[in-house]
Design a protein. Structure first.
Length: 125
């Protein structure tokens, strides 16, 4: 089972997204603050991350960059217009809220597949 980090500060959105992902067969760990999400980065089981652009008063740009550097399939979730530029700069997908569930799941599946292929290629030298 693949494990996803969901970092979302809105409790209703966090619960709904986590439940959706569990129903799709993912194991989900959650965070509502950047500090909590960053503490989970040491977990080698994390295959992907869905990260809100802002958690509380703190933007997640540095966290997103860390996830990308670690090779974790990362998706930025946001309703902010600036988010697309940040995602583009980091080379990650951006899904704008409110989102279409099927679209999010397709983007997530693609991101995790690309991550898996990169890891296979790196392991072969």
């Amino acid at each position: 089972m693949q494990t996803l980090l969901v970092a979302e500060d809105d409790p209703v959105m966090h619960a709904a997204l986590s439940e959706l992902l569990r129903l799709e067969g993912y194991d989900v760990v959650g965070a509502r603050r950047v500090e909590d999400a960053r503490a989970m980065l040491g977990n080698p089981a994390i295959d992907g991350a869905l990260i809100d652009w802002q958690l509380g008063d703190e933007r997640t740009d540095p966290l997103l960059a860390e996830l990308v550097e670690m090779g974790i399939a990362t998706i930025l979730l946001s309703a902010h217009p600036e988010a697309r530029a940040i995602a583009d700069a980091l080379g990650i997908p951006c899904v704008h809220k409110p989102f279409v569930v099927e679209q999010l799941l397709g983007i997530l599946s693609g991101a995790i597949s690309r991550r898996t292929l990169r890891r296979i290629a790196l392991s072969r030298g």
